[in-house]
Design a protein around this ligand. Structure first.
Ligand code: NAD
Length: 486
């Protein structure tokens, strides 16, 4: 039996100051099943007063949370991880309903959320400043302090994991949080907030749901001390403009147009398998996925034969069907965005040598489907090869040597992840150093491993998450203290 977000849960409320509230203005978000296009039910949309109440609650809670012993904060984060584990199946179903992805992919996401809370539970009491000089008449030291109230704004592609990434990190470093999930997928964050509310003091974690307006109000609130944003670079730009006006520190996890480079000596079977995963996992709605596959001309034909055959055979279907490898787009808007990019590419001369089949079930007719698609014969500087599509579209580009591969890979405004497939250690090392990306993976696909800093170069963002040192520092301000001893 699957857990239904409305039949099994009942009405959804926001978490503000430790209380579950329905939303002051009575506005609602419609929660849709992306596989059918049917509205399943409603979640609240925060009013301006709700946002203000959440920030006030976080500010109030900060006065004690910041002085709560780190090991105590860690214990609470550990308890949240335990609770996520105990409610694993239900969270997996929730995500599958609201996002549409295959259940096996939701499982990975919920497990990652649990692990992230556990990771930062362990990190909370292992992050501390140090003494620079300790003499008989003077002491000098460096300490890390929390910022205060962190506004967390996240997208819809991995809702439990995005909730955990910034909430666990902010709480571990002694900050309090007001989190706003994407309007397409509010339920995973609300459910995690319900589980956390039994553990945390009131106001330490607040979740307000809503769309762009709620995000704008949250970012503009004068009592926010730090902004942690994950989403598109265009929204990041707007948020940074507001942050710049107020000289507000912020972390930006933005888009990508990632390239994977396949060299002639690569294990082609592994490379094909890796590219299927990298380009089409989560229906291509993955900031770290490879939207560009650069293939050396010596193996182009062999790669294309295997890759196009595999793509044509990918099973597209609803998330609760165990045979599905690829689910729908999250929303009609996303479906139209991806289809628009494909239409413009083919109108400009690109070819589509392979495409998977759409689901045949009449029940899924209204779903937001885009089948896994391969695009060729578009110039490396064409829109489809340079602008983020954020859908199941892999653009294939041939290259003749290392220099050309690096030039093409780096010639976009983004720099989030890169992949290299080769058996030659020299090539691997040269590519890893020359590629402009925050993460380079050789002979494997990036899977957002905890412990490795994740973040982008160029328009892909500012700051790092998922690791210990960089992430904990990003969410802390540095103070130098010098005391002349009497
Ligand atoms: P988006 O920027 O449209 O929205 C993201 C979030 O910001 C949502 O919660 C939205 O309601 C909110 N928002 C929108 N406009 C706002 C504004 N002016 N002020 C405040 N909040 C606002 O992005 P999306 O389409 O929902 O998500 C897809 C994007 O996210 C892609 O570009 C993808 O690459 C990126 N992404 C990046 C990472 C990463 O870690 N680097 C991870 C996942 C997704």
């Amino acid at each position: 039996m699957t857990y239904h977000p409305f039949k099994d849960h009942g009405s959804w409320k926001m978490l503000i100051g430790g209380a579950f509230v329905p939303g002051g203005a009575g506005d609602v978000l419609e929660v849709t099943n992306p596989a059918t296009g049917e509205v399943m039910g409603q979640a609240p949309a925060a009013s301006r007063a709700d946002v203000a109440a959440a920030v006030a609650a976080a500010e109030e809670a900060f006065t004690t949370w910041r002085w709560t012993a780190p090991e105590k904060r860690g214990e609470m984060l550990y308890d949240i991880a335990q609770r996520i584990g105990e409610h694993h199946d239900e969270l997996v179903d929730l995500e599958t309903w609201e996002n549409g992805k295959p259940r096996v992919q939701s499982k990975r996401d919920v497990t990652n959320a649990e692990r992230t809370f556990r990771f930062y539970a362990g990190a909370a009491d292992k992050f501390y400043g140090h003494s620079v000089y300790d003499g008989p008449t003077e002491t000098r030291k460096i300490v890390f302090e929390p910022y205060g109230v962190v506004a967390v704004i996240i997208p819809w592609n991995w809702p439990p994991m995005h909730t955990a990434d910034f909430a666990a990190l902010a709480l571990a470093t002694g900050n309090t949080v007001v989190l706003k999930p994407a309007p397409e997928t509010p339920l995973s964050s609300l459910r995690i907030a319900e589980l956390a509310a039994d553990v945390l003091p009131p106001g330490v974690l607040n979740v307000v749901t809503g769309g762009v307006d709620t995000g704008v109000q949250l970012v503009a609130h004068p009592d926010i001390d730090f902004i942690a944003f994950t989403g598109s670079d265009r929204t990041g730009e707007k948020i940074l403009a507001e942050a710049a006006r107020r000289i507000l520190p912020s972390m930006m996890e933005l888009g990508g147009k990632n390239a994977s480079l396949i060299f002639p000596d690569a294990d082609l079977d592994k490379a094909v398998e890796g590219m299927l995963r990298s380009a089409y996992f989560n229906s291509g709605q993955a900031c770290s996925g490879s939207e560009r596959v650069l293939v050396h001309e010596k193996v182009y034909k062999a790669f294309m034969e295997r890759f196009t055959a595999a793509v044509a055979g990918m099973a597209v279907g609803e998330g609760f069907d165990e045979r599905s490898v690829v689910g729908p787009m999250v929303s009609k808007r996303q479906q139209e965005k991806v289809q628009g990019a494909l239409d413009r590419a083919t109108a400009a001369g690109a070819r589509i040598p392979a495409r998977a089949e759409l689901p045949r079930d009449a029940r899924l007719k209204g779903g937001y489907w885009i089948p896994p698609t391969v695009v060729t014969e578009a110039a490396p500087d064409a829109e489809i090869m340079t602008e983020e599509v954020f859908g199941p579209v892999a653009g294939i580009i041939p290259f003749k040597d290392e220099d050309e591969a690096v030039a093409i890979a780096n010639a976009v405004s983004y720099g989030l992840t890169s992949g290299v497939w080769t058996r030659d250690l020299g090539v691997a090392h040269r590519m890893a150093t020359r590629l402009e990306a925050g993460v380079v993976s050789v002979n494997r696909v990036n899977t957002g491993e905890l412990g490795l800093p994740f973040g982008g170069y160029k328009r892909s963002g500012v700051g790092r998450k998922k690791d210990f040192q960089e992430a904990m520092r990003s969410f802390s301000r540095v103070k130098a203290i010098q005391i002349a001893l009497p």
